[in-house]
Design a protein around this ligand. Structure first.
Ligand code: RIB
Ligand code: CA
Length: 319
């Protein structure tokens, strides 16, 4: 059973990566344009793995832009580098694209999941989390012939969407706004998908007052504290009303690892692809010709916070 992460680091992606690395055998990362441009999310992923002591893991660069829309990034929230608040040593060879990997992120995903399936008879044990725009995931699913990966694969847990109002527009959450066509395609694909949206990620985060506690988790804790302090201030300038820092992507990792700690509704959903409500999630009628997906509507908040802090214990004593 291995973990696959598709990310657009990004500050909360970085925190989610740090947590995932302590919680399961991460097979590798694919990166996608989102919070910052694609070359920067790739560079950030490489730098993060190096900072977290996991330069051994592969990073494969994915889509540089959404399927059809021009790229919209979020430097006002994550900084120009995507990881403002704690400077990481540059990974000089990070600029070299896929590090010679001859494949695209979606081809790499398909190959990995096919290997998992061959090895263990079914890829259902794999854990796959997508915490950025779903461009890579959509391209992967579009490339799957029915007999190819024949739905024996693991569910894909995505951070994205909202049925309770957006954080980019009043209707749209960032990941689904950035690439609404990819999001709609993934939700329509019939692949087992779990959606962790703002409905739950904005319900409980960590208190801003608790951020200094991160410094007790080694050098990695210092990094997380620096990034989240920047993130909290940035969001407070836009739409944060409480004194909480919403760990959107971390909650998606928690949901992928422990779906039993979450409450799910099985809903046929669509994503508005253009116009004023671009990126908005729409509940379809139960008779819609679209397979339902699992949509998170609640979780065990106390468990999550304990799980989050416990995850970081592995970094205590890191120099
Ligand atoms: O709306 C929150 C999501 O958009 C998170 O994944 C954050 O990293 C940004 O990508
Ligand atoms: Ca993200």
């Amino acid at each position: 059973m291995r973990w696959y992460l598709d990310m657009d680091p990004g500050i909360d992606d970085a925190v989610a990566l740090a947590v995932a690395l302590t919680r399961g055998p991460v097979a590798g990362l694919t990166t996608v344009a989102g919070n910052v441009r694609g070359s920067q999310t790739f560079r950030n992923a490489r730098r993060l793995l190096r900072a977290f002591g996991r330069s051994d893991l592969p990073v494969v660069a994915g889509a540089e832009k959404p399927l059809f829309h021009p790229l919209v990034t979020a430097p006002h929230i994550h900084g120009q580098s995507g990881l403002e608040g704690y400077a990481l040593a540059d990974d000089t060879d990070a600029a070299n694209g896929n590090q010679g990997a001859p494949v695209s992120a979606w081809a790499w995903m398909a190959d990995q999941l096919r290997q998992e399936s061959a090895k263990e008879g079914s890829g259902k044990e794999s854990i796959w989390v997508a915490t950025g725009p779903l461009t890579n995931v959509a391209r992967f699913l579009a490339g799957c012939a029915d007999g190819d990966l024949d739905r024996r694969m693991a569910a894909i847990t995505v951070m994205g969407g909202s049925l309770v109002g957006g954080n980019v527009t009043s209707a749209a959450e960032f990941n689904f706004y950035c690439d609404p066509d990819a999001a709609d395609f993934v939700l329509a694909s019939g692949w087992p998908v779990r959606v962790v949206g703002l409905d739950v990620t904005t319900r409980r985060g960590i208190a801003v007052a608790d951020l200094p506690r991160l410094r007790g988790y080694g050098r990695v804790g210092e990094m997380l504290q620096g990034w989240l302090a920047f993130y909290a201030e940035a969001i407070a300038r836009y739409d944060q009303t409480e004194d909480q820092v919403h760990l959107h992507d971390v909650l998606a990792v928690a949901a992928a690892a422990h779906p039993e700690r979450f409450e799910w509704q099985s809903l046929p959903l669509a994503v508005v692809r253009d116009g004023e409500r671009r990126g908005a999630v729409v509940r379809l009628s139960p008779t819609a010709a679209r397979a339902p997906v699992d949509y998170a509507v609640g979780f065990d908040q106390e468990w999550f916070l304990e799980w989050f802090w416990q995850s970081l214990e592995g970094y205590q004593g890191t120099g």
